[in-house]
Design a binder for this molecule. Structure first.
Ligand code: ANZ
Length: 936
């Protein structure tokens, strides 16, 4: 007697897997490795909803399949557990973020275990665990102790910089740094104290401190990235954001701009994702040119991609934050300039670049000189020029650039035509490259390419400018003025000039543990929360003084930029991973996660990986060979319709709502079944509908309306996987999530359809046990038909999985089980192979049936069956028969029937004769295994 009781079966096998450590993996040089990774989740208080496991299910199927194919599969899971939500919650409730984080992780783990994933839980990592962040801090230290050598095109240990400077001074060094660092000779360098050398080296390191303009949110006490700012307020909480100059830790990701672009050609990631990264890095090739300021020694440097338009310059524009604005502003322009600067501080950078219509700016009162023709050019400020891009200054060419044209016409500045083909300046303003130059001195009569080349060499010869490649990508801010993050392992000593100089905490003193504090908010004096810690100081070995430690913590992306390596060797106390582990597991073979990480996590991870590779700590230049972005699962919201203006709350059913004046209200999808509202539960769970609400029904039921929206608590459309697992089982959920559609597409969740999948699994069970629970598997030789059904399924599912087409596999299983049922096939060899093929998708039921047919051990330890092409040979083929181009009949012939036999039978067929309506035959064409054409 056996019935399909998913609750019992699933618990039983989950226990078995855990007790027998079925998914534990170790290095095994005798087998090829395969590394399948999910982007690890941030454990939020809300737990998982049905959208989250979509990618996890797909990657789990793939991992299980690869295991059956003989690979040693590393498939771990962990938690990205530092970050803002836990901290915001701590501020509101006083609960330590470590406590809520641990609770949330417990919920996540139990939810994940419920779904039967094949994770090796012994490798779990948590970024907020000191044993983990010790290595995040260690990596920070390595990056701090390196510089980018353009000659070798890689990051090197800072010692090689010292060596070069000692041998040849700055002339011997070709490093990625800020422009215009002071130059010095080897002699000068060698004469300096160690402290002085160290201070100079700070400007060369891949981690450095600088003053930069940031989006600062005073209410949140933190700097926000551009995408965390919406319409000038913080996305989280809606607090005002201002542009502020702050001293910040930075990482020199720009040193890697070119390698981050070229590396994309070596990895199998979607083109759209690669394009997002390319655009984000935004390489542009142009020139920098210096314009002398009139009556001053200053020269304003601009970056332009169209140096060929320099004869059309009629003004210069600086970003309002440009450091010379104050100096260049003349007394009579002071009020206008100050007012304008105040105005622009309210706008986020995103608004500034997105807004092409509003023209605004202020004249500084100063002028500069166009180096190519000596013309006087007025200097303006305007916020369409960004402080952080290029040089923060542009040459305004109204006849070349649309914004410049808008600006010039708005403020009455001259428009100088420079191309003979330019008839209508307004419409061609956006950088036409057609025609020959006019009014353009040394490039008159030339065309775009020659003109550009000639100008660049002229500028270089005259030391006025040079060819330059510029990137939109900026160095990454590496600090948050918040509590719940990794402490930056740096302390400060004050030097002779009173400046605070950062030094690394010694490796042996890592992890630098996050201290306890009384409140998770900035201090009264505006210091970050770590300013509240009692003794936030460090005493280096051999010294007695206690030096202040850095008070900002690392940004959210630090811990996630290397975590895949920790899974390789999670308990190692002597290294982030052993050489042996790195050597064997190398890199991620398949990485799954959402597209929202395109220019964050996925770019930072590639950057850190390249640094680690340059420094010799890891093997591969790219960390993930293949990446798949799963689509989003949207929610399907349900609505009830409240009639306006009634005494008692009155709700009208969907089909009748047109007859009333109604307000639609979201209703919890969990009390709606197939669009029918459970009225009693509705009454019991809503406290906003008063006493005795009324319902106007259709056919005795209240039907809800529906709409597809983002899955979110506020829309009451969140479906919890736990409920479905309890009701239908994890195997049904897994199959159903895959069945929803192609993995990479977004699609709405609809609980209704899950019934069908659940019926399918019961039908599978019926191949083994009859209605009465009697075992009906036989040792009979399988029929030819059953072998064909089985082998086409083996083949199709393997191909589907290799192409990440999981929904089509589920259809194949359904077809297969239907065919075997029709064939009354209960043959053990067929059913056994079918179980193995299905085990990647539905691991619990297949384990159970596997043991019930008398197999020992776990089904996960067997091999994926081979398909035999012999069984797939078609023995008959159904031909569509066309008569004068229209398919009229379908006729089946044996696969080996000759053309002549087919012709004869087609023409003798009664239906064909009827369609020919007595007309004589002109021609009959038989295309074997395709079609028959009859022409009359
Ligand atoms: C003169 C000119 C004439 C320009 C012309 C374009 C067309 P990408 O491709 O994005 O690098 N620019 C330079 N720095 C800027 C800043 N900080 N904020 C806003 N705009 C800036 O484009 C570079 C072009 O954008 C530069 O070339 C400059 O305008 C402008 F017919 O210089 B151009």
């Amino acid at each position: 007697m056996a019935e399909y009781n998913h609750r019992e079966i699933e618990k039983k096998w989950q226990k078995y897997w855990e007790e027998n450590q079925v998914y534990k993996v170790d290095i095994d040089p005798s087998r090829p490795k395969y590394y399948v990774l999910d982007m690890f989740p941030y454990p939020s208080g809300a737990g998982l909803h049905v959208g989250h496991p979509l990618g996890y299910i797909a990657s789990d199927i793939f991992s299980r399949y690869k295991r059956l194919k003989g690979y040693n599969v590393l498939h771990p899971m962990g938690f990205d557990s530092f970050g803002l939500p836990a901290e915001q919650y701590a501020i509101q409730t006083g609960q330590h973020p470590a406590v809520t984080t641990a609770q949330n992780i417990r919920t996540y783990i139990s939810q994940l275990k419920n779904i039967g994933f094949s994770y090796d839980w012994s490798r779990e990592v948590r970024t907020s665990d000191p044993g983990y962040y010790k290595w995040t801090q260690w990596i920070f230290s390595r990056i701090f102790n390196s510089w980018y050598n353009k000659d070798t095109d890689k990051a090197e240990d800072i010692r090689t910089l010292y060596e070069r400077l000692a041998q040849g001074g700055t002339a011997a060094v070709n490093a990625v740094t800020e422009d215009n660092l002071p130059e010095f000779t080897a002699g000068e360098w060698n004469s300096w104290t160690e402290e002085k050398k160290y201070e100079v080296s700070l400007d060369y390191r891949l981690t450095y401190r600088t003053d930069s303009v940031v989006n600062f949110c005073p209410a949140l006490g933190m700097v926000l990235s551009n995408d965390e700012v919406k319409d000038g307020v913080s996305e989280r909480g809606g607090y005002p954001v201002i542009q502020k100059k702050m001293s910040q830790w930075m990482m020199r990701i720009t040193a890697y701009a070119d390698r981050l672009i070229s590396g994309l050609d070596t990895i199998d990631w979607s083109e759209s994702l690669k394009d997002q990264q390319r655009n984000w890095i935004g390489k542009s090739t142009g020139a920098s040119v210096r314009f002398k300021v009139e009556n001053s020694t200053k020269e304003i440097e601009v970056f332009t991609t169209r140096v060929d338009t320099i004869y059309g310059v009629s003004f210069l524009v600086l970003a309002p934050e440009h450091e010379w604005v104050a100096e260049l502003t003349t007394p009579d322009q002071l009020t206008a300039v100050q007012q304008y600067i105040e105005e622009t501080q309210k706008r986020s950078e995103l608004d500034r670049v997105a807004d092409v219509k509003t023209v605004s700016g202020a004249f500084t009162g100063s002028y500069c000189i166009n180096p190519v023709n000596g013309e006087q050019v007025p200097i303006w400020i305007a916020d369409y020029v960004l402080a952080g891009y290029g040089t923060g200054a542009v040459m305004g060419v109204p006849s070349g650039d649309q914004r410049d044209w808008n600006f010039a016409t708005h403020f009455g500045l001259p428009v100088i035509p420079i191309l003979d083909a330019q008839q209508d300046i307004e419409n061609q303003a956006d950088a036409t490259k057609e025609g020959k130059y006019i009014n353009s001195g040394i490039i008159n009569g030339l065309e775009y390419k020659q003109a550009t080349a000639k100008l660049i060499s002229w500028l270089e010869e005259n030391k006025i400018g040079k060819g330059k490649v510029n990137y939109r990508l900026r160095d990454a801010v590496f600090a948050r003025q918040r509590y719940w993050g990794e402490p930056v392992p740096v302390y400060f000593k004050t030097n002779a000039d009173g400046r605070a100089i950062p030094y690394l905490v010694a490796d042996k003193d890592l992890p630098l543990i996050l201290p306890e504090i009384d409140k998770y908010q900035p201090t009264e004096t505006g210091e970050p929360p770590l300013g509240r810690a009692k003794d936030w100081t460090y005493t280096p070995e051999g010294e007695s003084a206690a030096y202040p430690l850095e008070m900002s913590t690392m940004p959210g992306w630090a811990g996630s930029s290397w975590y895949w390596y920790r899974y390789m060797d999670p308990k190692n106390g002597a290294a982030f991973a052993s050489a042996e582990a790195l050597d064997y597991w190398k890199d991620i073979d398949l990485y799954l996660g959402g597209t929202e990480h395109a220019t964050g996590h996925l770019l930072y991870s590639r950057f850190w990986n390249k640094v680690l590779k340059d420094l010799g700590f890891v093997k591969e230049e790219e960390f993930a060979k293949k990446l798949i972005n799963q689509g989003m699962i949207q929610g399907r919201s349900s609505f009830v319709y409240r009639v306006k203006g009634t005494d008692k709350a009155t709700f009208v059913s969907y089909g009748l709502r047109k007859d009333y004046d109604v307000t639609p209200l979201h209703v919890d999808v969990n009390i709606v079944d197939g669009d029918v509202l459970d009225i009693e539960k509705f009454k019991a769970t809503r406290n906003d509908i008063g006493e005795d609400p009324q319902f106007i029904l259709e056919d005795g039921k209240y039907i809800c309306g529906s709409e597809v929206e983002k899955m979110s608590k506020s829309k009451f459309n969140v479906v919890n996987p736990d409920t479905l697992v309890d009701r239908y089982g994890a195997d049904t959920l897994r199959l159903y999530e895959m069945f929803l559609g192609p993995l990479t597409e977004s699609k709405p969740w609809d609980t209704k359809g899950i019934e069908g999948t659940s019926r399918f699994l019961r039908k599978l069970w019926r191949l083994f046990f009859d209605q009465n629970g009697r075992y009906i598997v036989t040792e009979d030789e399988p029929s030819k038909d059953s072998l064909k059904t089985l082998h086409k399924t083996i083949k199709k599912v393997a191909e589907d999985i290799e192409h990440f087409s999981f929904n089509t596999s589920v259809s194949s299983f359904m077809i297969c089980v239907n065919e075997l049922s029709d064939q009354k096939c209960h043959s053990r060899p067929v059913l056994k192979d079918l179980l193995v093929v299905m085990s990647a998708y539905a691991p619990h039921i297949t384990e159970e049936l596997w043991s019930l047919i008398g197999e020992t051990g776990s089904i996960t330890q067997t091999a994926y069956p081979e398909w035999n092409p012999e069984y797939l040979k078609e023995d008959a083929f159904e031909y569509p028969i066309q008569i004068n181009g229209k398919v009229r009949v379908n006729l089946t012939f044996p696969a080996d029937a000759s053309k002549e036999e087919i012709e004869k039978e087609v023409l003798a067929n009664e239906q064909v004769i009827r369609w020919m309506e007595g007309n004589p035959l002109k021609k009959i064409i038989v295309v074997p295994k395709r079609i028959v054409n009859v022409v009359i």
